[in-house]
Design a binder for this molecule. Structure first.
Ligand code: AP5
Length: 213
């Protein structure tokens, strides 16, 4: 199965993608996670991306397309994948069309998670994540058992530098202007499934399962 996850920052793309990965044994390809990994490793790409990410702006299309193009050559994408946070602009969607054509692949679903802005701000400013295993927590909805520590590996949780209220507001604006219009790119192909992203994590996951069946 090949899925694109569209949805504003904080809609739960990462949270839900991890559940799909577990059930369907396919890879989550998150461009945000790949960029953060580059930053952690101190690569040239990582330092190029840092200023854009910290301001809540998009990293240039050429950088993203180069990075995703490399991932498409890896064998772990063969059983299927969830694209989380990619594509995010029209040029990226066109680049992906080309990659799919070159590799003779077709998408199965474009899932659009919908959540009101007020809820997104609440979720993101309270998000904490484990830099080691990637588990995502929320101080309000899903806190760790011990404050500030990952339940799974005992590592200190981090607060993403782009999860401040001012940066979140810019990320929401960027989503509305550059990413939401991608629904129109995929609608004519009959791939778009709108998912209500409010309520509990399990409830939303059930809506996703119903949509992809
Ligand atoms: P990226 O890492 O992709 O971030 P994003 O799209 O802004 O999405 P998030 O990771 O913030 O949210 P999410 O939907 O995954 O929510 P989550 O599950 O964590 O991108 C970061 C930056 O990288 C961009 O701003 C840009 O600079 C750059 N970038 C990345 N890709 C790019 C691209 N293709 N082109 C250009 N630039 C790119 O959940 C959020 C919180 O809510 C968590 O605390 C979670 O526990 C909680 N939560 C989840 N579900 C629920 C629920 N049902 N109820 C209550 N709380 C919930």
């Amino acid at each position: 199965m090949r899925i694109i996850f569209l949805g504003p920052p904080g809609a739960g793309k990462g949270t839900q993608a991890k559940l799909i990965v577990k059930d369907y044994h396919i890879r989550q390809l998150s461009t945000g996670d790949l960029l953060r990994e580059h930053r952690k490793l101190g690569t040239e790409l990582g330092s190029k991306a840092q200023t854009y990410m910290d301001a809540g702006n998009l990293v240039p299309d050429s950088v993203i397309l180069g990075m995703v193009g490399e991932e498409f050559n890896k064998p772990d994408l063969a059983p299927g994948y969830i694209l989380d946070g990619f594509p995010r602009t029209c040029p990226q969607a066109e680049g992906l069309d080309q990659l799919l054509q070159n590799t003779n692949q077709k998408l199965d679903h474009v899932l659009v998670l919908e959540v009101p802005d007020s809820e997104l701000i609440r979720r993101l400013t309270a998000r904490r994540s484990c830099p080691e295993c990637g588990h995502i927590y929320n101080l309000i909805f899903n806190p760790p058992k011990t404050a500030g520590i990952c339940d799974h590996d005992g590592i200190e949780l981090i607060h993403r530098s782009d999860d401040t209220e001012a940066t979140v507001l810019n990320r929401l604006k960027v989503y509305q202007e550059l990413t939401k219009p991608l629904v129109n790119h995929y609608e004519p192909q009959g791939l778009v499934r709108h998912i209500d992203g409010t309520g509990g994590v399990a409830e939303i996951y059930q809506r996703i399962l119903n949509a992809v069946k």
